[in-house]
Write a protein that binds this ligand. Structure first.
Ligand SMILES: [Fe+2]
Ligand SMILES: [Fe+2]
Length: 269
């Protein structure tokens, strides 16, 4: 059975700092990885983890080094795509030894797993918070889907192409989602679109696909849907996604911190 993990938005900052002066994002990522190590014996092997952007807060080499040092505790191979807080060339340099990392252009890649393919696309527009799928990434998506007609696919990007009602996030979502939707709609197999950026678990129909936003492994963007809301974060429990094949793509949201204790259900119904 094919299984992948999706971690999103760890926002690692330089050693000794807290994100926004508040959040120990390194500890949050370490906590999520401890949970993954704890639950792996319960769920069986996982093929790959994908980190869907905002690995770092400022895109500096030191932050990528710290991110990689933390991720070394993950017992699963992983790959990454950038978010708006990342910097493409610093990310490329940090993962230059990896065979999936493109030598130039968008940091987009794909892998053909047993039950579905995973196609991960770069939506970063350097210096801006919104996202765009450039022509090269759209062409790659079209070609990868066409290579395997009818095969299910998970498409991973940072910026969701739909609104959540959180206006400061919605104005900085993916700005050419219509082009993405047309390509996904033309594919015969099941497709699932998995995103990050909003740090909240959100689901909606996206053409013929199901679109999902993963929780952040660390802090959340506050669920504040008022007009002119102050753009704030909240220290809600983080999480990550498990996407697996069970005669269809099944997506589980898992809390970043899962206590080790388990208790039998006892007593009469
Ligand atoms: Fe983020
Ligand atoms: Fe983001």
């Amino acid at each position: 059975m094919t299984r992948i993990l999706q971690l999103s938005d760890p926002h690692i900052v330089p050693d000794g700092q807290l994100a926004y002066g508040i959040v120990d994002t390194a500890e949050a990522l370490a906590t999520a990885i401890r949970t993954i190590n704890r639950i792996l014996p319960l769920i069986g092997p996982v093929d790959l983890a994908v980190v869907t952007g905002d690995l770092t807060d400022f895109g500096t080499p030191g932050e990528y080094a710290r991110f990689k040092a933390l991720m070394a505790a993950l017992p699963i191979p992983y790959r990454v795509i950038p978010g708006n807080h990342d910097r493409r060339e610093a990310m490329r340099a940090a993962f230059a030894d990896e065979d999936w990392m493109p030598k130039s252009g968008p940091i987009s890649w794909s892998i053909n797993l047993a039950d579905f393919s995973l196609i991960a696309l770069d939506t970063l527009v350097e210096g801006h918070h919104h996202g765009i799928l450039e022509g090269a990434s759209l062409t790659m998506l079209r070609n990868e889907l066409a290579r395997r007609p009818g095969k299910p696919a998970i498409v991973a990007i940072h910026h969701p192409p739909f609104n959540t009602g959180i206006i400061p996030m919605d104005i900085n979502n993916l700005h050419n989602g219509d082009e993405l939707q047309a390509i996904l709609d033309a594919h015969e197999g099941e497709t699932r679109l998995v995103c990050g950026h909003v740090h909240r678990n959100v689901t909606r129909q996206f053409g013929t696909s199901i679109g999902m936003i993963a929780p952040g492994v660390s802090h959340a963007v506050t669920l504040d849907q008022r007009v002119d809301n102050p753009h704030t974060l909240s220290l809600e429990p983080g999480g990550f996604m498990l996407h697996e094949w069970r005669s269809g793509i099944v997506s589980h949201a898992v809390a970043a911190h899962v206590p080790p204790e388990r208790y039998p259900f006892t007593g009469a119904f």
